[in-house]
Design a protein around this ligand. Structure first.
Ligand code: BG6
Length: 508
């Protein structure tokens, strides 16, 4: 249980989840709200109203949510008053997303519930639906005058994917802005809810040790790896339209890049923080079309021997699909701090391990006085942030090999969050983000210009690839560390991919 005397509790609220019969609600949102409630982090008076097309009564919805909490929540459901108290807050209303009368009906239903429970009209709408109904929902909320309630706040959380390119993201922003002010809009990226991702900022801006070195004079290059061991599973239909650039780069990887590269904001303030992130995105230089073939890699998993999954045989995937399930890129951030420092970004599915890691590779000493131990495979002059699964840091540096002579060898100093904060210490990303949205803190949510700046980068890559300027589609074995072409991308510059997480300092 957190120390509640030091934590702000949000005001009474009604949370309205659109898409309440779907996976996200059952697996993530309700388990997160259940944990928040159990930790005393929700106000005493609140309601959660699930909305979706499927007809269902309150009891069925509660049962469905109970199964979600049981299967996907942190900790078991406590039968008795604890669960009954939470369940009594859950309600369900079915509606057609594009029918105005249904929204007018919903408005009356919410007003009645609020009156019955003595709640002010503070509303948090959450769009957990498929993205194609975001626009109709927003338009109907506007038409039914549900975007601004007189005596409370109204906010809207929008899930990813936010658009599929710059034009569609701009269009969706336009539709949202037609009925909501930017301050009311919370575009969610669950990576920003991860403790270890937020910790990049604390590490950089609460310590004076590393920041003076955080620039082109001391850093050779930066690597961001978001590697997954799972394939596309049952999401083939969605994924084949999206591909790795839309699914992982536009959002999660760009967030990691901006947090690593941004200047310190003058205070922890949503506007100032996001201003700095947008500056980074605007400074990102993607390879020109003629460089694209040597600075980018796109690949798909394919089992040669037929004993592993092959992307083109996954359910919902076209048999001749060229959608990449893996990509690697070399980009630069054109500003004073980072001029000339390559950022290597990679992400892929069906790889050997699930690892998310940020590696800062510092420059070597200008002149080495000592012989290095040839047997040492350790990586040196490296600061690595393990974001998942073994959250912590690694600092790789040279130390003297004991005994005669003056031989140096790479050693690893590591810090694991679990050793200080315990295994249970890290909350789920959705807990943090839902709480922030309820508190009105948009710092960890993407702003309209941030999303659009990020799409500018992704679009440039997609356009080059589509016009034939990119590299040919490569293939990699499922369960491997990725395509050989990604190794070659760094090898060409005398570098190698590094991973320090999972206790395995490795280069490839
Ligand atoms: C989602 C992507 O945004 O992030 C998925 O749509 C991906 O394809 C997931 O698997 C990865 O999230 P995490 O938290 O498991 O790294």
């Amino acid at each position: 249980m957190p120390d509640l005397s030091r934590i702000r509790i949000p005001p009474p609220v009604t949370i309205v989840i659109f898409g309440a019969s779907g996976d996200l609600t059952q697996r993530k949102l309700i388990p997160a709200l259940h944990t928040l409630a159990g930790s005393g982090l929700l106000p005493e008076r609140y309601l959660i109203v699930g909305v979706a097309r499927t007809p269902m009564d309150d009891d069925t919805f509660r049962q469905h949510m109970r199964e979600g909490v049981q299967s996907f929540g942190r900790g078991q459901v406590q039968d008795g008053p604890a669960w009954d108290g939470f369940a009594s807050k859950l309600h369900y209303k079915h509606l057609q997303y594009d029918r105005l009368e249904d929204y007018q009906d919903l408005a009356g239903y919410l007003a009645q519930l609020e009156a019955d429970n003595g709640l002010p009209a503070n509303r948090l709408y959450y769009l957990a639906t498929p993205p194609e109904v975001y626009a109709p929902i927003v338009q109907q909320l506007g038409a039914a005058s549900m975007c601004k309630t007189g005596n409370g706040y109204t906010r809207i959380v929008v899930e990813k994917p936010f658009g599929r390119d710059l034009a569609s993201a701009h269009d969706l922003n336009g539709k949202l802005h037609y009925v909501f002010d930017e301050e009311q809009i919370y575009r969610i990226d669950h990576y920003l809810g991860k403790e270890t991702v937020q910790n990049i900022m604390v590490f950089r801006f609460a310590n004076a040790i590393f920041e003076p070195l955080w620039n082109r004079y001391y850093i050779d290059h930066v690597q961001i790896s978001v590697l997954e061991d799972v394939g596309v599973g049952r999401r083939g239909g969605y994924y084949d339209q999206a591909g790795v650039m839309r699914d992982m780069f536009q959002n999660h990887i760009m967030q990691l890049l901006t947090l690593t590269a941004m200047e310190p904001p003058t205070s922890w303030d949503a506007t100032l923080l996001r201003d700095e992130k947008v500056k980074v995105l605007r400074a990102v230089r993607v390879p020109t079309p003629s460089e694209m073939a040597i600075r980018s890699v796109r690949a798909q998993y394919r089992s040669r021997k037929g004993d592993g999954p092959t992307y083109r045989q996954e359910e919902g995937v076209a048999a001749d699909s060229t959608t990449p399930t893996y990509a690697a890129l070399e980009v630069f951030v054109d500003n004073w701090r980072w001029q000339g420092v390559p950022f290597y970004l990679r992400s892929g599915k069906a790889l050997g391990d699930k690892v998310t890691e940020l590696v800062i590779q510092f420059k070597e000493v200008p002149h080495m006085l000592f012989r290095t131990d040839d047997r040492s495979t350790n990586i040196t002059n490296t600061l690595s942030f393990c974001l998942q699964p073994d959250e912590g840091f690694h600092l790789g540096f040279q130390a003297k090999v004991p005994g005669a002579g003056m031989r140096a060898r790479g050693v690893d100093m590591d810090y694991a969050f679990a050793s200080t904060f315990g295994e249970q210490g890290l909350p789920e990303a959705y807990e943090r983000l839902l709480l922030d949205a309820l508190l009105g803190d948009a710092s960890l949510f993407a702003r309209a210009d941030e999303i659009e700046s990020s799409w500018r980068i992704i679009d440039a890559i997609h356009h080059a690839w589509a016009s034939g300027d990119g590299p040919p589609l490569a293939f990699y074995e499922p369960g491997s560390s990725g395509p050989d072409e990604a190794v070659a991308l760094l090898a060409r510059r005398g570098r190698a991919w590094t991973l320090c997480c999972n206790n395995g300092a490795t280069k490839s």
